[in-house]
Design a protein around this ligand. Structure first.
Ligand code: ATP
Length: 210
């Protein structure tokens, strides 16, 4: 369970988000909000990548005070992923698999289902934006995190892969009770919509829609 207490995030003197108190139970959540409302800022704060005032706890573990155990429970895929260009996809996967203590071969299901075998031996610098996006999604699913944060996961990937990603999300949630927080301007697939609750970023705060 994610818990926000007196959360405040500003850039300089520009306040972006303020969440007095909010509990997010395990589930699948669609984070909605207009451009610039603060969705990426929220996800990066939960991921432990940004400084903020107040507290975020995951299963009572603090992102600030216990950042190492906290980060082991949280995986993140950036909206526009950037990786060292000279590493291959396989090398990136090996790095993340080790860091996230993935079971041997866990990545193969994801790689096969999105048909990525043909390019993973190439350096990441040669990837198209869709190829890079798929790699970032595979990395985010490695290990057994409690929470997976996906910032605009639906952009740049082809329609066939969209359906596959929705299946990954439902499977991971059903099998491991992984919580997903995903931001998207595109509507989610019907099947994902039936499972997802909406978190709205508006007027500089976050509210759960019924
Ligand atoms: N590094 C930064 N420095 C200063 N301001 C920033 C920074 N990053 C984001 N902002 C500002 O914070 C606000 C929220 O940005 P954020 O990227 O979180 O919005 P978003 O809801 O994800 O937007 P979009 O839907 O366009 O991706 C915007 O006003 C943006 O200009």
């Amino acid at each position: 369970m994610l818990q926000f207490t007196n959360f405040r995030k500003s850039y300089g003197y520009h306040p972006i988000l303020q969440i007095e108190s909010l509990r997010i139970e395990p589930g699948i959540y669609w984070i909605k909000g207009v451009n610039g409302s603060g969705k990426s800022t929220l996800l990066k704060s939960i991921g432990g990548f940004l400084f903020f005032e107040g507290e975020i706890l995951l299963n009572n573990v603090s992102v600030k005070k216990d950042s190492v155990p906290y980060r082991k429970m949280v995986n993140f895929a950036d909206a526009e992923p950037i990786y060292p260009e000279f590493l291959t996809g396989w090398e990136m996967i090996a790095l993340f698999a080790k860091a996230k203590q993935a079971t041997p071969g866990q990545e193969l299901y994801f790689i096969k289902s999105m048909k990525m075998e043909s390019y993973l031996s190439n350096a990441v610098g040669s990837y198209s934006s869709g190829m890079l996006k798929k790699l970032s999604l595979v990395l985010a699913f490695l290990g057994r995190p409690k929470v997976i944060l996906l910032d605009e996961p639906l952009i740049t990937i082809d329609t066939e892969s969209l359906d596959i990603l929705c299946r990954w999300i439902l499977k991971k949630h059903e099998e491991e009770n992984t919580t997903f927080l995903l931001s998207s301007h595109q509507p989610l697939s019907e099947v994902l919509l039936t499972k997802a609750r909406v978190l709205l970023v508006d007027k500089q705060t976050l509210t759960m829609e019924k």
